[in-house]
Design a protein around this ligand. Structure first.
Ligand code: NAD
Length: 480
């Protein structure tokens, strides 16, 4: 694959869908936008329903063989895919910053993280187990692949989220159709091209489309599983549509992660860590800290230190040296952020920092905004802004803060910060979330399952449980 001499993909060349081992153009095309400059990016194909039918046929045909080859061979090919991705880190990082907006160093980190997730998932063993045995017979449990899996991903982490789904689906013996977000199709399409050097035709396909492709996929009778990461409203549509053909579904959805700061923390150190995970990727992370609850007696010191820390973070084009906060990824998200800012103004909330869009050329920039104790009933506390707009709240006692933190329809992640680990663990156990961290927030490990409670998700990704989600359990009773 052409990577423009090693450091860049040649974006003047075409981008393609990949169907049954071959690149495929389309009669209709769309374009992404660089959100730092609003420059229009090259054409990408829009898949037709016939393209989808063909990809499904290709995947079903490839499944017959792929599902039966030894798992160690499948793992070797997935590792080789990870190696190739690593070898193309620079061109992928450049393309990712161009289409997504994130600073180049974080684009590199995302690719390395994708490589790490793929490799680590290959090191997990989904072993056959003996579940029961008596004098007459024993029951053997094994895990059989589901068939054709559609992997539908959002625009905030186009590579790492794709890679964890790709590795989990393929090592367990499924074939895949990857569908990137139409806002960030370029890296996903290149991943598909790259994969053709490694996997047999039909094992790994990728289709970019417009708003019709997702619903076609979820309704398609030839697809066996939807692994979806995206927003809660879309997740509900996916589940509803998939139910008509009883497809297996995993949903990784939105969150509104609380972080509870106790009064014994080292303020400067904690502020730095919490600010980073609040504002990384311009706040566009499902498990970003989105509500910061600080114990009342240290609230003012924490707020001052937080504002000073955030003020020093550089906002700008992801290709500029030293930038920490890039633009929002797309105009739709920018409009949502602007609605939050206008609500803050119209409700006279106390802004400690920022509060406005930021005019840097024509890009989709928002000044990092910190709001001092908005009411618990405000949208900023109740909803996920998915932007660098952070509410700080104060609390008096444990019961009260736990109940406020849990007062939401979401339950993805949360964190508790204290030098007293027993106290932090006690609070952590009461949070109604899938993952709770103590004195950190947001770090995932591919060996550990990840799932959302309440409306944050359905099912599990990562870890052995994530691999099982790409399988049916199968039992054989063997007589003695
Ligand atoms: P989105 O729901 O708009 O889109 C996600 C994907 O679904 C895209 O590929 C899109 O084209 C596709 N899609 C849209 N409509 C569809 C339909 N009717 N049927 C099938 N597919 C359809 O989400 P987004 O705006 O791209 O992503 C942001 C959201 O994702 C946030 O809420 C964020 O919290 C969430 N997210 C969750 C996780 C997690 O692991 N829990 C990780 C990252 C992002």
């Amino acid at each position: 694959m052409d990577s423009g001499g090693g450091t860049r993909f040649d974006t003047s060349k075409n981008f393609f869908n990949v169907i049954n081992g071959k690149t495929r153009s389309s009669s209709r095309a769309s374009q992404g936008t660089n959100p730092s400059t609003m420059e229009q990016l090259p054409d990408v194909p829009i898949a037709s329903s016939l393209d989808l039918d063909e990809a499904v046929r290709g995947s079903r045909a490839a499944f017959a063989e792929w599902s039966t080859i030894p798992v160690e061979r499948r793992k070797a090919l997935v590792k080789s895919f990870a190696d190739t991705l690593e070898a193309h880190c620079e061109p992928f990082a450049h393309l990712l910053t161009l289409e997504q907006g994130k600073p180049l160093r974080f684009a590199r980190a995302e690719i390395n993280n994708g490589v790490f997730r793929a490799r680590t998932l290959c090191n997990l063993d989904l072993k056959e187990e003996s579940r029961f045995e008596d004098e007459k017979r024993r029951a053997i449990l094994s895990y059989a692949p589901l068939g054709v899996c559609a992997l539908i991903v959002p625009w905030n982490f186009p590579i790492s989220l794709s890679t964890q789904k790709i590795a989990s689906a393929l090592v367990t013996g499924n074939t895949i159709i990857l569908k990137p977000s139409p806002f960030t199709p370029y890296c996903g399409l290149k991943l598909g091209e790259l994969a053709q050097q490694i996997f047999p035709p039909g094992v790994f396909q990728v289709l970019n489309g417009d708003h019709e492709l997702g619903p076609w996929i979820t309704a398609h009778p030839g697809i066996d599983k939807i692994s979806f990461t995206g927003s809660i409203p879309t997740g509900k549509k996916v589940m509803e549509s998939a139910s008509r053909t009883l497809k297996r579904v995993t949903l990784e959805l939105g969150g509104n992660d609380p972080c509870i700061i106790c009064d014994d923390v080292d303020i400067e150190e904690t502020v730095a860590k919490v600010a980073i995970i609040s504002l990384l990727n311009s706040g566009q992370i499902c498990i970003a800290v989105k509500r910061i609850y600080v114990q009342e007696n240290v609230y003012d010191r924490f707020l001052d230190a937080f504002v000073n820390y955030v003020k020093a973070l550089k906002l700008g084009d992801g290709f500029e040296e030293g930038v920490f906060i890039g633009p929002l990824q797309n105009e739709q998200q920018y409009e949502i952020a602007k609605r939050f800012l206008s609500d803050i103004e119209s409700q006279n909330l106390k802004v400690a920092l920022g509060g406005s869009v930021n005019v840097i050329g024509t890009g989709l920039f928002i000044t990092p905004t910190v709001v001092d104790r908005p009411p618990d009933t405000s949208d900023l506390v109740k909803e996920e802004p998915f932007a660098p707009i952070i509410p700080l709240l104060s609390w008096k006692n444990e019961e009260e803060v736990v109940s406020r933190a849990n007062e939401t329809k979401t339950g993805l992640g949360g964190s508790v910060w204290s030098k007293d680990i027993a106290r932090a663990t006690r609070i952590a156990r009461k949070l109604q979330v899938g993952t709770t961290w103590i004195n950190e927030h947001g770090a995932l490990d591919p060996r550990v399952p990840f799932s959302g409670l309440k409306e944050s998700g359905y099912g599990t990704e990562l870890g052995l449980e994530g691999l099982k989600a790409f399988c049916n359990s199968k039992v054989i009773f063997i007589p003695k």
